[in-house]
Design a protein around this ligand. Structure first.
Ligand code: ADP
Ligand code: MG
Length: 368
């Protein structure tokens, strides 16, 4: 059955730069409504959006002398809260044999990596998901019969300048043009020679993901010295071989794709020049194609079946085809800065997230 993409928005706390400039908060969250004020026109009504989940990251705010908007939402959404809402559902669906995808969208420094992977003990969806998955597997294994088997494999890719690198195989980073993306009539687009590493425990998958993270291409921009201009796709393949309800042997698989997209800001707003600008425009090719794909899918869902969805126009959308319009249960998390200086980018992220709500996917159980 077709089902809408679930969309979550998450606003991060002020960073030091915003604190130092005495930034004001232009976002407010009331229930599932997210409001954004134009800092140049504070007396105007805010724009309002509504999403499946909204996460607030500030403790209570004091009223400022300049009469500025004071958020009334005081709910602080920590990593566990976000995981309970979004990650647990992915766990349940993976056990049932559905493909699942989650992708994080937003400008550099807005909190995409914090939400997807996390930092240090503030673990994001990926490590919390892996921990929960292996907890479940350990339980099953402890009582498993002879013909019962639970297997997890990991892949980790980076798309940088439209080229694909295998983060689990640093040797591929030197391959000119990156790894080839091929098309299979059944499987759809896939990456040739991609590493699919079998992992047997949480510790093992965690250390592999950390290894992959260290292999990421990182280029600094004015906005955030450690920000990545690349898209990262973490793929977790989960296979269960066990008896079904009537005792027959079955194989059930689920592919879970967790995607940390590159910053959505335009190259010109980051002060990028030369090579950096080129990177920026190539990344924009993938991201602008993602925008076009989402627009086309949204048009389709309102009944315009003739729209062609331009998956083939970028590497990112080829690899995310299933996640976007196919056999997958999909979640998008839009990361937001709360600060007045990021108004344009934040508004553009909210509009993007708003369009994504219209997309429908049809996931079916992968079982044989
Ligand atoms: P992005 O991946 O979008 O470029 P990051 O996830 O790296 O941004 O976040 C930028 C900074 O903000 C990091 O230092 C991160 O720890 C912090 N941060 C982001 N989101 C949150 C949050 N929800 N709560 C606390 N800190 C956050
Ligand atoms: Mg990041």
């Amino acid at each position: 059955m077709a089902e809408s993409v679930k969309v979550a928005v998450r606003v991060r706390p002020f960073n030091d730069r915003e604190k130092n400039r005495n930034s004001t908060v232009i976002i407010n969250m009331v229930g599932n409504q997210t409001e954004i004020k134009d800092p140049e026109n504070l007396s105007a009504d805010p724009r309002r959006f509504s999403f499946d989940f909204s996460y607030w990251s500030h403790d209570e705010f004091k009223e400022r002398p300049d009469g500025y908007l004071e958020p009334t939402g005081t709910k602080y959404a920590d990593q566990q809260t976000v995981f309970n809402d979004l990650g647990k559902g992915i766990i349940d669906n993976a056990w049932k044999g559905y493909n699942c995808s989650l992708f994080a969208y937003g400008q550099t420094g807005s909190g995409k990596s914090y939400s997807v992977v996390g930092y240090g003990k503030n673990q994001g969806i990926v490590p919390l998901f892996c921990d929960d998955l292996f907890d479940g597997i350990e339980k099953k294994r402890s009582t498993a019969g002879e013909n019962e088997e639970y297997q997890v494999s990991l892949s980790m890719l980076e798309i940088y300048n439209e080229q694909v690198r295998d983060l689990l195989n640093p040797k591929t980073i030197a391959i000119k043009g990156g790894l080839k993306v091929r098309q299979d009539p059944k499987k759809g687009f896939y990456v040739e020679q991609m590493t699919l590493k079998q992992v047997n425990s949480y510790e093992e998958i965690d250390s592999k993901i950390n290894e992959g993270t260290r292999n990421r291409t990182v280029a600094s921009t004015n906005m955030n010295a450690t920000s990545s201009r690349a898209h990262t796709i973490i793929g977790i393949n989960f296979t269960q071989k066990c008896p079904n309800d009537v005792g027959e042997s079955m194989t059930r698989t689920s592919i879970v794709n967790l995607v940390d997209l590159a910053g959505s800001e335009r190259a010109d707003s980051t002060g990028a020049t030369g090579d950096r600008l080129k990177e920026g425009s190539a990344i924009n090719k993938s991201l602008s194609t993602l925008g076009n794909v989402i627009k086309a899918l949204a048009d389709q869902s309102t009944g315009n079946k003739k729209v062609v969805v331009p998956y083939r126009d970028s590497t990112l959308t080829k690899l995310l085809q299933n996640a976007l319009g196919g056999n997958s249960k999909t979640i998008m998390i839009a990361a937001l800065s709360p600060a007045d200086i990021n108004y344009e980018e934040t508004l553009s992220t909210l509009r993007f997230a708003d369009r994504a709500k219209a997309i429908k996917t049809t996931a079916t159980v992968n079982e044989s």
